[in-house]
Structure formats: C-alpha cells, structure tokens
Design a protein around this ligand. Structure first.
Ligand code: GTP
Ligand code: MG
Length: 276
C-alpha cells in the first residue's frame, strides 16, 4: 500500500470515528504544550510541542495515534488522594469522606491535541496493601505512570520508590513517562510546602519524573497537570509512530478497535503468581 493510500484510509477512518463519537468537550482541546510545574523536575522544558510532531499533526501523519487509547496508571499509598485527584479532573467533584478504592477503577478522558483525537484511560489503583495484588495486575502496558504522595505525609514520599519499582516490573522503563505528584496542597502552609518541595524535586529528578503539586479540594493545578500528562503522552506516541516509519497497516487498526480486551496486552510478562 502506498503512503498516499494509507493517508487516505487513515483520514476516512478518522472522519468515521469522529462522526460516531460525540465531539470532544471544548475544555479538552489542547493546541499548545502546557507549561511544566517546576523547571527543576520536568520531562522537558521546551516552550512548545516538538516541531516534528507539529508537522506530522498538520499533515495528518500521526498513524494510529488518533485511534488508540493510552493507558495511564495512578499509584501511591492509601489515602494520599489518587481517587480525589482523578475525580476533580474528570468529574469536577470532591468528596471529603475517604472511600478506599478496591482493586482498580478507571476513567476515560477524550482530548483533542493539535487537532488529533487522543484518549487517555486513567487507571485508579488501590493503595491499601490487601488490594495491591489485584491492582498490580493492571499495571502493565502503561504509557504513563503517575506516582502520588501526600504533601502532609513525608513517609508517603519515601514510599514512592517502592511504587515505582512495582510499576516498572510490569512496564518498559525506557518508554514510560513518569510523573510524581504531591497532593493536598491546601493543607499546608507555604513554609511547610517549600520544605517538602525540596525533597520531592530531588526524588523526581532521581526517578526522571516530572514533579507537580496539586489540590483536589481547591482544584489547584489539577487541570494543568492532566493536560500536561495528555500532551506529553501524545507527543511521545506521535514520535514513536514517526520512528516506526510509515503508519501501521489498516488491518492493525481494525484489530485494535474490535478487540478491546487485547488493547493493553502489550507486555508479555505474566501476572504475579499471587494473583493467578
Ligand atoms: N484537604 C484535602 N483532602 C484531600 C485531598 N485529596 C484527597 N483528600 C482526602 O484524603 C482522603 C483520601 O482520598 P482518596 O482520594 O480516597 O485516597 P486514595 O489515594 O484514592 O486512597 P486508596 O483508594 O485507598 O488508595 C479523603 O478523605 C479525601 O477527602 C486534597 O487535595 N485536599
Ligand atoms: Mg482511591
């Protein structure tokens, strides 16, 4: 199949998909790379999207990116605020009562980045030890890992190393984007915050993660953070697609759409034996 034919089929499929799905919400349209939170711990500090990515989007050469769903896993100690952070962004809601996540939960968020549809599936995992085994079976095949800690609880920052190790057992460390997020910013004074921020930035640098501080209660930085996750995951996906050379053949796209159960089976690793 020639490049021209592939491009034609891709654009026909895109028009078809866009006509069967409701339009992307106006407040999920990303036309510029959002800024990082801290230049000291950012995945990259360039002012805009990669030039190759911008050109590819403009010329509709993004291959399967517009049809795929990128998997993002959210991990961290119990009660650090993972569910609340996701709910603040996805539902603009906040619940002050703690309800432990049992196993996993997920939310889908559809974006449009540089004119290309892009979906994130946010996997909210349980922090409680007794549910960890079930939750860890959902770690594999992630494009991004969000490691959450509570800014008021320094132990939860130390534990992020263990969460990183567990998440990376199931993923390829060279291709996963990492984010380190401190929550409950509303609960600490600016002086207390700047103390923990120093430690958090150091941890993020060592992990090669991008650092953010947020509050699900006030909503501070929640939207900015998820926009950054969506943008960087999108950028990485397009670059990977460009590196592969030409986009995949049409058969692959149809297979992905028809078989959602295989959508995340990108790793050949087995589930931990405790969960079999
Ligand atoms: N003040 C404040 N409280 C928060 C914030 N985020 C979460 N909380 C509270 O912290 C508690 C735990 O929040 P969850 O989001 O359920 O925690 P989780 O990390 O999902 O916990 P597990 O599901 O057990 O792993 C709840 O009582 C929330 O109301 C925040 O930004 N500010
Ligand atoms: Mg939860």
């Amino acid at each position: 199949m020639t490049e021209k034919q592939k491009k034609k089929i891709t654009s026909v499929l895109r028009v078809f998909i866009m006509s069967v799905l409701p339009p992307v919400r106006k407040d999920r349209i990303i036309s510029q790379l959002p800024k990082c939170f801290s230049k000291g711990a950012a995945l990259h500090t360039e002012g805009g999207f990669n030039a190759k990515v911008k050109t590819a989007c403009h010329e509709q050469r993004t291959g399967t990116v517009g049809f795929k769903i990128s998997k993002v896993i959210v991990v961290g100690d119990l009660a650090v605020g993972k569910t609340c952070l996701i709910n603040r962004f996805c539902k603009d809601a906040f619940d002050k009562n703690y309800k432990a996540t049992i196993g996993v939960d997920f939310e889908m968020e559809r974006f449009e980045v540089l004119g290309v549809p892009f979906s994130l599936q946010l996997w909210d995992t349980a922090g409680q030890e007794r549910f960890k085994c079930i939750a860890s079976t959902y770690y594999r095949g992630a494009q991004a890992v969000i490691i959450v800690f509570d800014l008021t609880d320094v132990a939860s920052l130390q534990h992020t190393w263990q969460w990183l190790e567990d998440a990376m057992k199931e993923n390829d460390p060279t291709s996963v984007l990492l984010f380190l997020v401190g929550t409950k910013k509303d609960l600490i004074s600016p002086a207390q915050y700047s103390l923990i921020e120093q430690d958090a930035i150091r941890v993020a640098q060592e992990m090669k993660a991008e650092y953010w501080a947020v509050s699900a209660l006030s909503g501070e930085n929640a939207r900015e953070f998820f926009f950054r996750v969506a943008s960087l995951t999108f950028e990485t996906s397009v670059l990977a697609e460009l590196e592969k050379g030409s986009s995949r053949c049409i058969g692959d796209v149809v297979k992905i759409s028809n078989n959602t159960s295989n959508m995340y089976a990108t790793s050949k690793k087995k589930h931990p034996s405790c969960c079999q």
